[in-house]
Design a binder for this molecule. Structure first.
Ligand code: IMP
Ligand code: MG
Length: 449
Protein backbone atom coordinates (compact mmCIF):
# COMPACT_ATOMS: atom_id res chain seq x y z
CA UNK A 1 0.00 0.00 0.00
CA UNK A 2 1.40 3.36 -0.94
CA UNK A 3 0.31 6.92 -1.60
CA UNK A 4 2.11 8.18 -4.68
CA UNK A 5 2.43 11.57 -6.36
CA UNK A 6 2.99 11.79 -10.12
CA UNK A 7 4.44 15.09 -11.23
CA UNK A 8 5.65 16.59 -14.51
CA UNK A 9 9.38 17.37 -14.29
CA UNK A 10 9.43 19.85 -17.21
CA UNK A 11 6.97 22.34 -18.76
CA UNK A 12 4.04 19.93 -18.90
CA UNK A 13 3.04 17.44 -21.60
CA UNK A 14 5.62 14.93 -20.35
CA UNK A 15 3.24 12.07 -21.02
CA UNK A 16 2.01 11.90 -17.43
CA UNK A 17 -1.36 10.52 -18.49
CA UNK A 18 0.22 7.37 -19.83
CA UNK A 19 2.16 6.70 -16.63
CA UNK A 20 -0.88 7.59 -14.52
CA UNK A 21 -2.88 5.15 -16.64
CA UNK A 22 -0.28 2.44 -15.96
CA UNK A 23 -0.18 3.06 -12.21
CA UNK A 24 -3.95 3.57 -11.92
CA UNK A 25 -4.41 -0.17 -12.33
CA UNK A 26 -3.21 -0.72 -8.75
CA UNK A 27 -4.66 2.46 -7.27
CA UNK A 28 -8.05 2.66 -5.59
CA UNK A 29 -8.29 6.46 -5.60
CA UNK A 30 -6.89 8.83 -8.22
CA UNK A 31 -6.77 12.47 -7.19
CA UNK A 32 -6.11 15.43 -9.44
CA UNK A 33 -4.80 18.26 -7.22
CA UNK A 34 -4.41 21.48 -9.26
CA UNK A 35 -5.01 23.21 -12.58
CA UNK A 36 -8.17 23.24 -14.62
CA UNK A 37 -9.20 22.79 -18.21
CA UNK A 38 -5.84 24.20 -19.34
CA UNK A 39 -4.57 20.62 -19.01
CA UNK A 40 -5.11 18.15 -21.73
CA UNK A 41 -4.12 14.57 -21.97
CA UNK A 42 -4.74 11.83 -24.41
CA UNK A 43 -4.94 8.18 -23.42
CA UNK A 44 -5.00 5.31 -25.87
CA UNK A 45 -6.93 2.48 -24.30
CA UNK A 46 -9.09 -0.39 -25.55
CA UNK A 47 -8.26 0.60 -29.13
CA UNK A 48 -9.77 4.05 -28.60
CA UNK A 49 -8.35 7.50 -28.07
CA UNK A 50 -9.70 9.45 -25.08
CA UNK A 51 -9.04 13.12 -24.49
CA UNK A 52 -9.32 14.59 -21.01
CA UNK A 53 -9.04 18.09 -19.60
CA UNK A 54 -10.40 17.74 -16.08
CA UNK A 55 -11.47 14.20 -15.27
CA UNK A 56 -8.60 11.90 -14.18
CA UNK A 57 -7.97 9.30 -16.88
CA UNK A 58 -8.26 6.59 -14.20
CA UNK A 59 -12.01 6.79 -14.87
CA UNK A 60 -11.37 4.33 -17.72
CA UNK A 61 -10.82 1.58 -15.13
CA UNK A 62 -14.10 0.39 -13.63
CA UNK A 63 -14.48 0.71 -9.87
CA UNK A 64 -11.94 3.47 -9.23
CA UNK A 65 -12.77 6.65 -7.39
CA UNK A 66 -11.54 9.60 -9.44
CA UNK A 67 -11.34 12.85 -7.52
CA UNK A 68 -10.85 16.43 -8.52
CA UNK A 69 -9.37 18.11 -5.46
CA UNK A 70 -9.81 21.48 -3.78
CA UNK A 71 -6.71 22.89 -5.49
CA UNK A 72 -8.28 22.67 -8.93
CA UNK A 73 -10.46 25.12 -10.84
CA UNK A 74 -13.44 23.73 -12.68
CA UNK A 75 -15.17 25.01 -15.77
CA UNK A 76 -18.61 23.40 -15.41
CA UNK A 77 -19.24 23.45 -19.16
CA UNK A 78 -16.03 21.58 -19.86
CA UNK A 79 -16.48 18.95 -17.16
CA UNK A 80 -20.11 18.32 -18.13
CA UNK A 81 -19.18 17.83 -21.75
CA UNK A 82 -16.40 15.44 -20.71
CA UNK A 83 -18.87 13.52 -18.55
CA UNK A 84 -21.39 13.31 -21.41
CA UNK A 85 -18.71 12.19 -23.83
CA UNK A 86 -17.54 9.39 -21.54
CA UNK A 87 -21.09 8.27 -20.80
CA UNK A 88 -21.90 8.15 -24.52
CA UNK A 89 -18.94 5.85 -25.00
CA UNK A 90 -20.12 3.53 -22.26
CA UNK A 91 -17.66 4.59 -19.55
CA UNK A 92 -19.13 4.43 -16.03
CA UNK A 93 -18.57 7.81 -14.35
CA UNK A 94 -20.21 7.04 -11.02
CA UNK A 95 -16.77 7.14 -9.36
CA UNK A 96 -16.25 10.82 -10.19
CA UNK A 97 -16.03 13.00 -7.06
CA UNK A 98 -15.43 16.73 -7.13
CA UNK A 99 -14.24 18.65 -4.07
CA UNK A 100 -16.85 21.06 -2.67
CA UNK A 101 -13.96 23.48 -2.09
CA UNK A 102 -12.72 23.53 -5.70
CA UNK A 103 -13.20 26.87 -7.43
CA UNK A 104 -15.41 27.47 -10.44
CA UNK A 105 -14.25 29.10 -13.66
CA UNK A 106 -16.98 31.55 -14.63
CA UNK A 107 -17.56 33.09 -18.07
CA UNK A 108 -15.98 36.40 -16.98
CA UNK A 109 -12.75 34.59 -16.11
CA UNK A 110 -12.36 33.41 -19.67
CA UNK A 111 -13.18 36.84 -21.13
CA UNK A 112 -10.70 38.51 -18.76
CA UNK A 113 -7.97 35.94 -19.53
CA UNK A 114 -8.25 36.78 -23.24
CA UNK A 115 -8.44 40.54 -22.67
CA UNK A 116 -5.41 40.52 -20.36
CA UNK A 117 -3.36 38.56 -22.85
CA UNK A 118 -4.23 41.09 -25.57
CA UNK A 119 -3.31 43.94 -23.29
CA UNK A 120 0.08 42.38 -22.50
CA UNK A 121 0.99 42.57 -26.20
CA UNK A 122 4.57 41.39 -26.76
CA UNK A 123 4.79 40.51 -23.05
CA UNK A 124 1.96 37.99 -23.34
CA UNK A 125 2.26 34.70 -21.43
CA UNK A 126 0.67 32.56 -24.11
CA UNK A 127 -2.02 31.20 -21.79
CA UNK A 128 -4.48 28.56 -22.88
CA UNK A 129 -7.25 31.21 -22.55
CA UNK A 130 -9.28 28.89 -20.32
CA UNK A 131 -9.71 31.49 -17.59
CA UNK A 132 -7.19 29.80 -15.30
CA UNK A 133 -5.25 32.87 -14.08
CA UNK A 134 -8.35 35.00 -13.36
CA UNK A 135 -10.07 32.09 -11.52
CA UNK A 136 -7.09 31.60 -9.21
CA UNK A 137 -6.74 35.38 -8.82
CA UNK A 138 -10.35 35.55 -7.58
CA UNK A 139 -9.69 32.62 -5.26
CA UNK A 140 -6.75 34.49 -3.69
CA UNK A 141 -8.71 37.73 -3.57
CA UNK A 142 -11.52 35.83 -1.80
CA UNK A 143 -13.94 36.64 -4.57
CA UNK A 144 -14.28 33.09 -5.83
CA UNK A 145 -17.26 30.85 -6.36
CA UNK A 146 -16.68 27.34 -5.09
CA UNK A 147 -18.37 24.11 -6.12
CA UNK A 148 -20.44 24.22 -2.91
CA UNK A 149 -21.78 27.64 -4.00
CA UNK A 150 -22.49 26.48 -7.54
CA UNK A 151 -24.76 23.68 -6.30
CA UNK A 152 -26.59 25.98 -3.88
CA UNK A 153 -28.98 28.26 -5.86
CA UNK A 154 -29.39 30.81 -3.04
CA UNK A 155 -25.69 31.12 -2.37
CA UNK A 156 -24.89 31.33 -6.08
CA UNK A 157 -27.35 34.16 -6.65
CA UNK A 158 -26.05 36.01 -3.59
CA UNK A 159 -22.48 35.81 -4.82
CA UNK A 160 -23.30 36.74 -8.41
CA UNK A 161 -25.30 39.79 -7.30
CA UNK A 162 -22.08 41.17 -5.94
CA UNK A 163 -19.62 39.76 -8.48
CA UNK A 164 -21.31 40.46 -11.83
CA UNK A 165 -21.57 44.25 -11.32
CA UNK A 166 -17.94 44.30 -10.18
CA UNK A 167 -16.76 42.28 -13.19
CA UNK A 168 -18.85 44.47 -15.48
CA UNK A 169 -16.96 47.56 -14.33
CA UNK A 170 -13.75 45.79 -15.31
CA UNK A 171 -15.11 44.51 -18.62
CA UNK A 172 -16.57 47.86 -19.69
CA UNK A 173 -14.15 50.42 -18.28
CA UNK A 174 -10.85 48.59 -18.38
CA UNK A 175 -11.26 46.48 -21.50
CA UNK A 176 -14.07 48.26 -23.39
CA UNK A 177 -16.09 45.05 -23.60
CA UNK A 178 -19.79 44.20 -23.34
CA UNK A 179 -21.14 43.70 -19.79
CA UNK A 180 -22.61 40.37 -18.67
CA UNK A 181 -26.24 39.95 -17.63
CA UNK A 182 -26.70 38.70 -14.10
CA UNK A 183 -29.87 36.74 -14.82
CA UNK A 184 -28.50 34.99 -17.91
CA UNK A 185 -25.31 33.91 -16.11
CA UNK A 186 -27.29 32.79 -13.07
CA UNK A 187 -29.80 30.72 -15.08
CA UNK A 188 -27.06 28.99 -17.04
CA UNK A 189 -24.79 28.23 -14.07
CA UNK A 190 -27.49 27.23 -11.61
CA UNK A 191 -28.45 24.51 -14.10
CA UNK A 192 -24.84 23.31 -14.36
CA UNK A 193 -24.67 23.19 -10.58
CA UNK A 194 -27.74 21.00 -10.32
CA UNK A 195 -26.30 18.54 -12.85
CA UNK A 196 -22.97 18.39 -11.02
CA UNK A 197 -24.51 18.17 -7.56
CA UNK A 198 -24.40 14.34 -7.23
CA UNK A 199 -20.64 14.44 -7.83
CA UNK A 200 -19.73 17.05 -5.21
CA UNK A 201 -18.17 15.70 -1.98
CA UNK A 202 -15.92 16.50 0.96
CA UNK A 203 -13.12 14.72 -0.88
CA UNK A 204 -10.41 15.42 1.73
CA UNK A 205 -12.45 13.58 4.38
CA UNK A 206 -13.02 10.66 2.00
CA UNK A 207 -9.27 10.40 1.29
CA UNK A 208 -8.58 10.28 5.03
CA UNK A 209 -11.03 7.41 5.47
CA UNK A 210 -9.62 5.60 2.45
CA UNK A 211 -6.13 5.82 3.91
CA UNK A 212 -7.37 4.33 7.17
CA UNK A 213 -8.59 1.36 5.13
CA UNK A 214 -5.10 1.16 3.59
CA UNK A 215 -6.28 1.99 0.10
CA UNK A 216 -3.78 3.02 -2.58
CA UNK A 217 -4.03 6.68 -3.48
CA UNK A 218 -2.48 8.19 -6.57
CA UNK A 219 -2.12 11.96 -6.75
CA UNK A 220 -1.97 13.24 -10.30
CA UNK A 221 -0.41 16.61 -11.09
CA UNK A 222 -1.26 18.59 -14.21
CA UNK A 223 1.17 20.85 -16.14
CA UNK A 224 4.76 20.60 -14.82
CA UNK A 225 7.41 21.81 -12.37
CA UNK A 226 8.65 24.70 -14.51
CA UNK A 227 5.09 25.99 -14.90
CA UNK A 228 4.63 26.14 -11.12
CA UNK A 229 3.46 29.54 -9.88
CA UNK A 230 6.10 29.70 -7.12
CA UNK A 231 8.91 27.53 -8.47
CA UNK A 232 8.61 27.75 -12.25
CA UNK A 233 9.88 30.24 -14.84
CA UNK A 234 7.78 33.12 -13.47
CA UNK A 235 5.91 34.99 -14.94
CA UNK A 236 5.71 32.42 -17.75
CA UNK A 237 3.91 29.92 -15.56
CA UNK A 238 0.42 28.75 -14.77
CA UNK A 239 -1.45 30.02 -11.70
CA UNK A 240 -1.35 26.87 -9.55
CA UNK A 241 1.22 24.57 -7.92
CA UNK A 242 1.94 21.48 -9.99
CA UNK A 243 4.96 20.55 -7.81
CA UNK A 244 4.66 17.57 -5.48
CA UNK A 245 3.99 19.79 -2.45
CA UNK A 246 0.87 21.00 -4.25
CA UNK A 247 -0.60 17.51 -3.85
CA UNK A 248 -0.99 18.07 -0.11
CA UNK A 249 -2.60 21.49 -0.35
CA UNK A 250 -4.67 20.68 -3.40
CA UNK A 251 -6.22 17.57 -1.92
CA UNK A 252 -6.19 18.26 1.80
CA UNK A 253 -3.67 15.77 3.17
CA UNK A 254 -0.60 16.26 5.33
CA UNK A 255 2.97 15.87 4.00
CA UNK A 256 3.56 12.60 5.87
CA UNK A 257 0.74 11.07 3.85
CA UNK A 258 2.94 10.77 0.76
CA UNK A 259 5.10 7.67 0.36
CA UNK A 260 6.66 8.28 -3.01
CA UNK A 261 7.09 10.97 -5.65
CA UNK A 262 7.57 9.99 -9.28
CA UNK A 263 8.67 12.56 -11.85
CA UNK A 264 7.85 12.25 -15.52
CA UNK A 265 10.17 13.61 -18.19
CA UNK A 266 10.29 13.30 -21.92
CA UNK A 267 13.54 12.05 -23.49
CA UNK A 268 13.81 15.62 -24.85
CA UNK A 269 12.07 18.90 -23.93
CA UNK A 270 8.95 20.72 -25.12
CA UNK A 271 7.18 23.89 -24.12
CA UNK A 272 3.90 25.54 -25.21
CA UNK A 273 3.42 29.27 -24.85
CA UNK A 274 5.96 32.02 -24.23
CA UNK A 275 8.95 32.09 -21.89
CA UNK A 276 12.59 31.01 -21.72
CA UNK A 277 13.66 27.69 -23.19
CA UNK A 278 17.48 27.44 -23.31
CA UNK A 279 17.75 24.14 -25.22
CA UNK A 280 15.14 25.01 -27.87
CA UNK A 281 16.13 24.05 -31.43
CA UNK A 282 14.75 24.49 -34.94
CA UNK A 283 15.54 22.78 -38.24
CA UNK A 284 15.83 19.13 -39.20
CA UNK A 285 16.25 17.67 -35.71
CA UNK A 286 13.38 19.81 -34.41
CA UNK A 287 11.12 18.20 -37.04
CA UNK A 288 12.07 14.78 -35.71
CA UNK A 289 11.49 15.80 -32.09
CA UNK A 290 8.14 17.33 -33.00
CA UNK A 291 7.23 14.01 -34.70
CA UNK A 292 5.85 16.03 -37.58
CA UNK A 293 3.28 14.32 -39.73
CA UNK A 294 2.59 11.52 -37.26
CA UNK A 295 -0.44 10.92 -35.08
CA UNK A 296 1.85 11.65 -32.12
CA UNK A 297 2.82 15.12 -33.33
CA UNK A 298 3.74 17.70 -30.66
CA UNK A 299 0.59 19.80 -30.74
CA UNK A 300 -1.07 21.10 -27.58
CA UNK A 301 -4.10 18.95 -26.64
CA UNK A 302 -6.00 21.96 -25.34
CA UNK A 303 -4.98 24.75 -27.70
CA UNK A 304 -3.87 22.98 -30.89
CA UNK A 305 -0.68 25.10 -30.86
CA UNK A 306 2.56 23.58 -32.12
CA UNK A 307 4.86 22.84 -29.20
CA UNK A 308 8.36 24.29 -29.11
CA UNK A 309 10.97 21.52 -28.95
CA UNK A 310 14.58 21.09 -27.84
CA UNK A 311 17.16 18.80 -26.26
CA UNK A 312 16.89 17.33 -22.81
CA UNK A 313 17.99 19.78 -20.14
CA UNK A 314 19.71 18.08 -17.19
CA UNK A 315 20.15 21.37 -15.31
CA UNK A 316 16.40 21.91 -15.21
CA UNK A 317 15.79 18.25 -14.35
CA UNK A 318 18.17 18.48 -11.36
CA UNK A 319 16.07 21.43 -10.25
CA UNK A 320 12.86 19.40 -10.65
CA UNK A 321 14.37 16.52 -8.66
CA UNK A 322 15.16 18.93 -5.82
CA UNK A 323 11.95 21.00 -5.78
CA UNK A 324 9.72 17.92 -5.88
CA UNK A 325 11.92 15.57 -3.87
CA UNK A 326 11.65 13.04 -6.68
CA UNK A 327 12.37 9.41 -5.84
CA UNK A 328 12.61 8.21 -9.41
CA UNK A 329 11.87 9.22 -12.98
CA UNK A 330 9.78 7.80 -15.79
CA UNK A 331 11.24 8.63 -19.19
CA UNK A 332 8.73 8.99 -22.01
CA UNK A 333 8.88 9.23 -25.81
CA UNK A 334 12.29 7.59 -26.09
CA UNK A 335 11.24 6.21 -29.49
CA UNK A 336 11.09 9.76 -30.89
CA UNK A 337 14.91 9.81 -30.78
CA UNK A 338 15.12 6.68 -33.01
CA UNK A 339 15.71 8.69 -36.19
CA UNK A 340 18.43 11.03 -34.95
CA UNK A 341 22.09 10.75 -35.96
CA UNK A 342 23.25 12.32 -32.73
CA UNK A 343 21.51 13.23 -29.47
CA UNK A 344 22.46 16.14 -27.24
CA UNK A 345 21.94 16.64 -23.54
CA UNK A 346 22.49 19.96 -21.82
CA UNK A 347 24.52 19.01 -18.76
CA UNK A 348 25.40 22.55 -17.64
CA UNK A 349 24.87 26.23 -18.44
CA UNK A 350 27.47 28.87 -19.01
CA UNK A 351 26.56 32.30 -17.65
CA UNK A 352 27.31 34.56 -20.60
CA UNK A 353 27.98 37.49 -18.27
CA UNK A 354 30.94 35.97 -16.43
CA UNK A 355 31.71 32.57 -17.97
CA UNK A 356 30.71 30.67 -14.82
CA UNK A 357 29.41 27.10 -15.21
CA UNK A 358 26.20 25.97 -13.51
CA UNK A 359 25.00 22.38 -13.07
CA UNK A 360 22.01 23.51 -11.05
CA UNK A 361 19.60 26.36 -11.62
CA UNK A 362 20.29 29.47 -9.54
CA UNK A 363 17.38 31.40 -8.03
CA UNK A 364 17.77 34.61 -10.09
CA UNK A 365 14.70 34.78 -12.33
CA UNK A 366 16.49 36.52 -15.22
CA UNK A 367 19.29 33.95 -15.23
CA UNK A 368 17.92 31.93 -18.15
CA UNK A 369 18.29 35.00 -20.40
CA UNK A 370 22.06 34.69 -20.05
CA UNK A 371 22.33 30.91 -19.80
CA UNK A 372 24.06 29.22 -22.70
CA UNK A 373 23.54 25.44 -22.72
CA UNK A 374 26.69 23.31 -22.68
CA UNK A 375 25.96 20.06 -24.48
CA UNK A 376 27.24 16.52 -24.31
CA UNK A 377 26.79 14.74 -27.65
CA UNK A 378 25.82 11.08 -27.75
CA UNK A 379 25.67 8.74 -30.76
CA UNK A 380 22.18 7.94 -32.00
CA UNK A 381 21.10 4.33 -32.48
CA UNK A 382 19.66 4.83 -35.96
CA UNK A 383 22.21 2.47 -37.53
CA UNK A 384 21.50 -0.42 -35.21
CA UNK A 385 18.58 -1.37 -37.45
CA UNK A 386 16.26 -1.64 -34.46
CA UNK A 387 13.48 0.67 -33.34
CA UNK A 388 12.97 1.29 -29.66
CA UNK A 389 9.23 1.53 -30.42
CA UNK A 390 9.19 -2.26 -30.90
CA UNK A 391 10.88 -2.98 -27.59
CA UNK A 392 8.77 -4.62 -24.89
CA UNK A 393 11.57 -5.33 -22.42
CA UNK A 394 15.01 -3.88 -21.64
CA UNK A 395 16.77 -6.55 -23.68
CA UNK A 396 14.83 -5.48 -26.80
CA UNK A 397 16.02 -1.87 -26.61
CA UNK A 398 18.64 -0.69 -29.09
CA UNK A 399 22.02 -0.57 -27.29
CA UNK A 400 22.30 3.18 -27.86
CA UNK A 401 18.86 3.78 -26.37
CA UNK A 402 19.71 1.84 -23.23
CA UNK A 403 23.00 3.68 -22.83
CA UNK A 404 21.11 6.98 -23.15
CA UNK A 405 18.91 5.90 -20.23
CA UNK A 406 21.93 4.78 -18.19
CA UNK A 407 23.78 8.01 -18.99
CA UNK A 408 20.84 10.08 -17.70
CA UNK A 409 20.61 8.04 -14.51
CA UNK A 410 24.28 8.75 -13.92
CA UNK A 411 24.30 12.50 -14.50
CA UNK A 412 20.99 13.04 -12.68
CA UNK A 413 21.77 10.63 -9.84
CA UNK A 414 18.28 9.16 -9.84
CA UNK A 415 16.85 5.81 -10.97
CA UNK A 416 14.80 5.73 -14.16
CA UNK A 417 12.19 3.10 -13.40
CA UNK A 418 9.92 3.31 -16.45
CA UNK A 419 10.67 3.92 -20.11
CA UNK A 420 7.89 4.64 -22.56
CA UNK A 421 8.52 3.91 -26.24
CA UNK A 422 5.20 4.78 -27.84
CA UNK A 423 1.61 5.82 -27.21
CA UNK A 424 0.02 2.42 -26.58
CA UNK A 425 -0.21 0.71 -23.19
CA UNK A 426 2.04 -2.13 -24.42
CA UNK A 427 4.84 0.25 -25.33
CA UNK A 428 5.95 0.64 -21.74
CA UNK A 429 9.02 -0.95 -20.21
CA UNK A 430 9.17 -1.20 -16.45
CA UNK A 431 12.85 -1.41 -15.48
CA UNK A 432 12.21 -1.37 -11.74
CA UNK A 433 9.07 -1.23 -9.63
CA UNK A 434 8.46 2.55 -9.55
CA UNK A 435 6.64 2.38 -6.20
CA UNK A 436 8.55 -0.21 -4.17
CA UNK A 437 11.80 -0.42 -6.14
CA UNK A 438 15.02 1.58 -5.80
CA UNK A 439 14.79 5.27 -5.21
CA UNK A 440 17.09 8.26 -5.09
CA UNK A 441 19.58 7.77 -2.30
CA UNK A 442 20.28 10.73 -0.07
CA UNK A 443 23.96 11.60 0.27
CA UNK A 444 23.84 10.91 4.01
CA UNK A 445 22.71 7.36 3.23
CA UNK A 446 25.57 6.58 0.85
CA UNK A 447 27.82 3.97 2.41
CA UNK A 448 31.48 4.55 1.67
CA UNK A 449 34.15 1.93 2.30
P1 IMP B 1 -2.60 29.06 -18.32
O1 IMP B 1 -2.39 27.90 -17.43
O2 IMP B 1 -3.69 28.87 -19.35
O3 IMP B 1 -2.75 30.33 -17.57
O4 IMP B 1 -1.26 29.24 -19.20
C1 IMP B 1 -0.03 29.63 -18.61
C2 IMP B 1 1.14 28.91 -19.29
O5 IMP B 1 1.10 27.52 -18.98
C3 IMP B 1 1.13 28.98 -20.82
O6 IMP B 1 2.48 29.01 -21.26
C4 IMP B 1 0.51 27.67 -21.24
O7 IMP B 1 0.92 27.29 -22.52
C5 IMP B 1 1.06 26.75 -20.17
N1 IMP B 1 0.21 25.59 -19.92
C6 IMP B 1 -0.95 25.55 -19.22
N2 IMP B 1 -1.44 24.29 -19.17
C7 IMP B 1 -0.57 23.51 -19.83
C8 IMP B 1 -0.50 22.10 -20.08
O8 IMP B 1 -1.36 21.30 -19.66
N3 IMP B 1 0.57 21.67 -20.80
C9 IMP B 1 1.55 22.51 -21.22
N4 IMP B 1 1.54 23.84 -21.01
C10 IMP B 1 0.49 24.33 -20.31
MG1 MG C 1 -0.91 18.08 -21.83
Amino acid sequence: MANVVIVGAQWGDEGKAKIVDLLSKNADYIVRYQGGSNAGHTVNANGEKYKFHLIPSGILYPGKVCMIGSGTVIDPKVILSEMDHLTERGVDISGLQISAAAHVTMPYHIIIDRAQEEMRGSKKIGTTVRGIGPTYADKSARNGIRMQDLIDPTELLEKLKFLIPEKNIMLERLFGLEPLELDAVYQEYVAYGQRLRPHVFDTAAIIWQADKKRKNILFEGAQGTLLDLDHGTYPYVTSSNPVAGGACIGSGVGPNFIDRVIGITKAFTTRVGEGPFPTEISGKDAKILRAEGTAWEEIGTTTGRARRVGWLDAVLLRYAIRINGLDCLALTKLDVLDDLDAIYVCNSYKDLRNGKTYYELPAESNFLKYAQPEYVGLMGWKNEGKSSADARCVEDLPKGALSYVKYLEKILEIPITIVSVGPSREQTIVLEDPIHGPKRVLESEVVTM
